[in-house]
Each structure stands twice: as structure tokens, then as C-alpha cells.
Design a protein around this ligand. Sequence first.
Ligand code: 5GP
Ligand code: MN
Length: 326
Amino acid sequence: MDAGHNAPEPRYWEKLRTIAGILRELEGPIVVVSHVDPDGDAIGSSLGLARALRTLDKDVRWIAEPPRFLRFLAREDEYADPVEHLPEGATLVVLDAAEPGRVAGAPVEGFVVNIDHHGTNPRFGYLALVDPSKAATAQIVKDLIDTLEVPWSSDIATPVLTGLITDTGNFRFSNTTPEVLRTAAELVGYGVHLAELTDRLQWRPPGYYKAMGAVLSTVEFHFGGLLVTAHMPPGVSVEDSDDFVGLIRYAEGSQIAVFLREREEGVVKLSIRSRGGLSAQAVAVRLGGGGHVPAAGATLRGVTLAQAYPQVLAAVEEELRRLGYI
Ligand code: 5GP
Ligand code: MN
């Protein structure tokens, strides 16, 4: 991927002011959604914005299906059901969705505001604020809530901070900029119970730990150890399996890690991580997916797990050659 793909949005604050102005004036329903397989940033940024807009007495519908480990963030009465059509006169605010096809819970139609930080986002929607220099969509939502002049509370700050925590890998990844740390400090200052929040975010169901053993028994090294792979063995299924790529990515000597999971028959989801100048994003794009340079993903259709492996190896090989590793 060219670097320009991840360049900051030059009219960031101008666009934020435009979006804030529009949201403030809206009288119709505001439908807030994010992406399929939502992560902490998808849930955190959308719930934070939904709560902020509710304080402005807007008719807000937050449509989300959080994974088990994030469900503690929201109350039962905060959810709205997925819709096939938007309500009359509604505005759709889409958060953290890299492409229109990944939007979950509502059709991408009518007046769409697209707020995201994925470089591969095609800037869909009537208004698109896509800033790949931001660590998380939650960072953009933090700035939007400031621009809306909504008073901060721990209720609003907690999901927003969650997005920052999860997308920076607990403030460890290269996207952990001084801006991220300053924003996190500010959000903690609004009354977030940080230790409680980070503890809850790590809770996993008991079956997860059994599955971890099964996954680790599939670890394989390729290209002299430059690539490490693992998959979810057929028959093993567990909620909150998305972070299994994190179990293998620190294998010494590896530059790329790929975790494969057959989501349903013929549909294989890939989680890809990279370091050392290699681009997980470039590998993902070759396989029809997208994401960020160090963390990306793709969904292969019409393949079994066994058929997915050669495709992954070919895409990774191309990336290793491009950078002169092999
Ligand atoms: P994860 O591996 O954690 O699911 O995803 C890592 C990153 O890649 C996320 O930013 C996510 O949005 C992106 N990503 C994951 N799966 C896909 C996919 O199937 N298509 C696209 N375009 N992006 C994906
Ligand atoms: Mn994100």
C-alpha cells in the first residue's frame, strides 16, 4: 500500500465541525451502527457517540450486537433491533466500518455519515471523515463529542476509552501516539474506572481456555519462521476467539502472523498481523480484505480451511518478496 493511503485527513477539524453542526440540527432519528464482527472500537465508538447524542435529546437508535466480552458496556435498554430499511427521515452514522459491505444492522442508504480510520475505506456516504492517522475511530468520536460540546461523563468516556484501549492493544501498538495517551488521560479524568474496565475487557468464557490449547496445537512456521500460522480446529467453537492471533504474533523471528477460522462452511476469516516494514494490510488487500498496515483481515469465500492455506501462503510470499525478505 502506498503511504498516502494512511495519510492524515487535512480537513479533519473542518469536517468534524460540519458533522457536529449537522447532527446538532437534525430532528429525525439518528441510527448509529458499526461493522460486522464488532471489536472494542466498533462498539466503543458507536456507543459513546450514541450516548452523547442522547444527551442532546436526539432520537438515537444504537444498533449493535457486541461480542460476549464487550456486552458489559451497555445496558439492555440501550439496544435497538437491526433494520432492513431506515426509518423515515433518518440519518445513518456509520463508525469504524472499512467498507459499506461490512456495515452491520442497517442498510447503507439515504443520508450517510461515515466516520472511520481505515486507510482502505473508500470514503462512502454523503459525508466521509476517514483519518487513517488516528489510532481508533474512538479518537475521532472523542473529538466529535468535544466539537458537539456535550459534557463528558464516565458513561460516555468509558466506551470511548474502550475503543482506544482495544485498538492500540492496551497502548502497546505503534499507533499509541502522544495524542492517544493524552486523550486516554483526559477520558480517565472524566471518571472511568480504569482498573475495573481493563479487567472486564480481559474476561473470557471458560471454554476459551480449552480452545486456546487446541488452537496452539495447530501452530506452524513457514518461510524459515518469517510467517506463523494457526487455525481454529474444526469442531472447536468458542465466543471471543478474535484475539487468538495475539497468541502467536510474538513468535520470535516471525514478521507476519495469520490466524484462520472457518466461520461457516466455505467461509474462512483471516486475522493478519505484521511487523518489520511488512504490511498486513497489503496481504489482506491481495486476499480481498483490508484494514491497517500492522493489523488487517480478509474473508475468503467458497474455500475450506485446507484450501485457504495455499492462498494465504501465496499472498504472504508476495509481501516477503516485495520487501526483500526472501
Ligand atoms: P481482526 O483481525 O482484528 O478481525 O481485524 C483487523 C483489522 O482488519 C480491523 O481493522 C478490521 O476492520 C480489518 N478487517 C478484518 N476483517 C476484514 C475483512 O474481511 N475485510 C476488510 N476489508 N477488513 C477487515
Ligand atoms: Mn478501529
